[in-house]
Design a protein around this ligand. Structure first.
Ligand SMILES: [Zn+2]
Length: 354
């Protein structure tokens, strides 16, 4: 072995020890890559050593070349091992950082509750479903034809003034916000033949000054039954059943004569006060009765305009306020509370009504 190959052999040993020692301290992928560049890169120390071999004597070159290549291979292998270990560790660290502890209790989410009016609509739909009535829903923006004409309230008839109507600005002059849910009477009867048994819950609108018992928007419940042989007794039976389901099994219903253009005869109906059992108290203003709404036998003209034969068919209709039911049932004394968006008021019903 020549002096030159001795010197090279020492250099390889020194370089290997330095590289292995340096690699042992590497603790990140960045530093591992920097180490690779320093030793194995195009300008790295092992590469420089290989280039230097051309300066050796021809007979020394093969052995020197093998030794240097062996060093290069060993360091490359060590580097791969370190890089793999660091990559696995980095991946595990990321997973640990993103991990979700599924055993921790969840954060409470504030969920809303149905509005008391929506809950009461659901309740009356259920009550009337047991009586064979189907719930139907109609447009809140109506034409005067359905809101008035087909309900036996012709234009210029003084009865139209009873409903303080909100007119909708449009190219036509006959578009209104419905003043009651009664337009669905004609809309339903145009669509189907008797027997008819429907209820219509929905918003209605009147041009009114607001106070504790008046709102420009309220929720009406309409009822309509048309068939052969329907009488006022059927109407009373249905309203009595509704009152008993809503206010208790002993409730009684009272009819008194009233006038509405689309019924004949017309009545207003009241339920005896559940609080004082009819004896008289503050809630019923000592009368023993609570006014609920209007009703009556469907006027023959209303049947005729939708093509029903009034000689064969009779029917009853009724209308009442959903808010009024809630006020009576839970002792609410101000109608404005329902659209007032006061959560303290609304939350009481989230517990009271299921
Ligand atoms: Zn009372």
């Amino acid at each position: 072995m020549t002096h030159a190959t001795h010197a090279l052999s020492d250099e390889i040993t020194t370089l290997r020890d330095a590289a292995v020692t340096a690699l042992a301290t590497v603790e990140s992928l960045d530093k591992a890559i920097a180490w690779e560049r320093a030793y194995l890169g195009p300008k790295g120390r092992v590469t420089s050593l290989l280039r230097g071999l051309s300066g050796l004597a021809a007979e020394d070159r093969p052995q020197a070349g093998r030794d240097t290549q062996a060093l290069r291979a060993e360091l490359a292998e060590r580097f791969e091992a370190v890089r793999e270990r660091l990559a696995v560790a980095a991946r595990q660290r990321h997973l640990a950082e993103d991990a979700i502890d599924v055993t921790l209790p969840g954060r409470p989410v504030a969920i809303g509750a149905a509005h008391p009016v929506s809950r009461m609509i659901d309740e009356v739909i259920e009550i009337f479903a047991h009586l064979g009535f189907q719930a139907v829903f109609g447009p809140e923006v109506e034409t005067a034809r359905y809101n008035f004409d087909l309900l036996n309230i012709p234009a210029n008839h003084p009865a139209r003034d009873v409903w303080d109507t909100i007119i909708v600005e449009s190219e036509r002059d006959d578009v209104v916000l419905r003043t009651h849910t009664s337009p669905m009477q004609a809309r339903t009867m145009e669509r189907i033949q008797p027997p008819v048994r429907v209820i219509v819950p929905g918003r209605s609108y009147r041009y009114e000054a607001q106070d504790a018992s008046h709102e420009w928007m309220f929720t009406q419940l309409e009822g309509l039954a048309v068939d052969e042989h329907i009488t006022l007794a059927d109407l009373k039976g249905v309203l009595q059943e509704m009152a008993r389901q809503l206010f208790g099994p002993r409730r009684r219903v009272r009819f008194r004569c009233d006038f509405f253009p689309f019924v004949e005869p017309g009545v207003d109906f009241a339920v005896d006060c559940a609080i004082c059992e009819g004896a008289g108290c503050r809630v019923c203003k000592q009368s023993g009765w609570l006014e609920m709404g209007g009703a009556g036998m469907v006027h023959p003209n209303v049947l005729r305009v939708v093509g029903y034969d009034p000689a064969r068919y009779t029917g009853f209709a009724f209308g009442l306020g959903i808010e009024r039911i809630i006020m009576m049932k839970y002792g609410v004394d101000d109608l404005r509370a329902f659209a007032g968006n006061d959560l303290r008021f609304l939350r009481q019903f989230a517990r009271a009504v299921v």
